[in-house]
Design a protein around this ligand. Structure first.
Ligand code: CP3
Length: 362
């Protein structure tokens, strides 16, 4: 396979030397970009955009045309998997995702099966192949899935939730039902991510957006255990390349050591964690990805620069006991969660320039 022009993202994940700190942004292709809004308008709505490989390719490339980013992320949504499982995904304008048929009845749960991604998620694989072609080996393409727990939250609640009442009732009253949902969903995620790898993604990421609402014991049993099962079943090399995996549990700062031992190569962090402390805790096992508060981007450029430098300094000037030689790598800069739709697009330049210009320690 010919080399990528810029593989700093993959090198940082493998803890190999990098030329500069790589950066990409969660939700980098999204509504803060006017060109994204124009493409979505042409598609009609968000789901049609996801389901059109040509338009999905187009919007994936938009942030890379504007900014010097070190990775692209597949344009899709985590909820395409439950949609393919028959739950009927739709988006109510301004209200977020909803399912026509939430999963609550025992009989529906017993009947749940993992879809064949080469059939019902064919459009995602077509978007991957088309995007890989369009990227033309400039930067790597990240594939992704929701974690089984996070997908189950939407499947059982029927949409977003503030209190997770339905799924937590199931967790405590009928854990057998929830375990069945999580087992089938894990099977679906394994097939889905392996199909993305076969179609050309060069790294994968599990978004565990709602892991942080669980108790420590419940997080281990209902979220992390299933992510570990997935990580153990993924293709870890494909076409002669290693395929690294990142796990991002939002609100998971308490459980970093557990996440780092799950079988992943990188741990995504939200802004509540100090990067230097995180590195001292787990930095010899895994790379770290994060973790600027996305709302820093609402401040003027000099503040963005100051905050980004503080984040970088915390990582690079932390000491890891017993470790030498790789203090210059292992960080992928990102936001601590998705970029807000209200972000001024011109502010993103200040962030990327600061990260790329930051001197790696001697
Ligand atoms: O990062 C990227 O640029 C890739 C694309 C991507 C999207 N969703 C596009 C999207 C990724 C990686 C996701 C993941 C996703 N989707 C997550 C996990 C990450 C996270 O944000 O916590 C979750 C929980 C979802 C479910 C989802 N999809 C919600 C809750 C919403 C509505 C929230 C909102 O911002 O309105 C979506 C819609 C969605 N997914 C949009 C985009 C660009 C906005 C839809 C639009 O254009 O109207």
């Amino acid at each position: 396979m010919t080399r990528l022009q810029n593989d700093d993202f993959l090198r940082a994940l493998r803890k190999e030397a990098v030329t500069r700190t790589p950066i990409w942004l969660m939700r980098q292709a999204g509504r803060y970009l006017p060109e994204y809004c124009a493409s979505r308008k042409r598609a009609g709505d968000f789901l049609s955009l996801c389901k059109s490989p040509d338009l999905a390719t187009e919007v994936t490339l938009q942030p890379l045309a504007r900014y010097d980013l070190d990775a692209a992320i597949l344009f899709s949504d985590i909820l395409t998997v439950p949609d393919a499982m028959g739950l009927g995904l739709y988006f109510e304008s301004g209200e977020g995702p909803r399912f026509l048929r939430p999963l609550r009845e025992e009989a529906d749960i017993a009947a749940l099966t993992a879809p064949d991604p080469s059939v019902s998620l064919r459009y995602v694989m077509d978007a991957v192949s088309s995007t890989v072609r369009a990227l033309n080996r400039s930067v790597p393409l990240i594939g992704f899935s929701g974690s089984p727990w996070t997908l189950a939250c939407y499947m059982v609640e029927g949409g977003g939730s503030k209190d997770f009442r339905q799924i937590k009732t199931m967790l405590y009253a009928r854990p057998d039902l929830l375990h069945r949902i999580l087992a089938v969903t894990s099977e679906a995620v394994i097939a889905y991510l392996n199909a993305q790898i076969e179609s050309g993604v060069q790294a994968v990421m599990l978004f565990d957006t709602w892991g942080g609402v669980l108790s420590t014991a419940a997080y281990r049993e209902f979220s992390l255990a299933y992510m570990a099962r997935i990580l153990a079943a993924l293709h870890r090399t494909w076409a002669g390349e290693t395929i690294p995996a990142i796990v991002f549990t939002k609100g998971g700062g308490l459980w970093l050591e557990d996440v780092a031992r799950s079988g992943c190569d990188g741990v995504g962090l939200d802004w509540s964690v100090d990067l230097g402390e995180a590195r001292r805790r787990v930095g010899s096992h895994v790379a770290l990805q994060g973790n600027l508060d996305p709302y820093v981007l609402f401040a003027p450029p000099d503040v963005i620069e100051r905050e980004a430098r503080a984040t970088l300094a915390s990582f690079y000037h932390s000491e890891i006991q017993g470790e030498s030689g790789n203090s210059r790598t292992g960080l992928i800069f990102n936001l601590g969660h998705g970029i807000s739709q209200f972000t001024p697009p011109e502010h993103v330049h200040a962030l990327i320039e600061t990260v790329h210009g930051y001197p790696l320690p001697e």
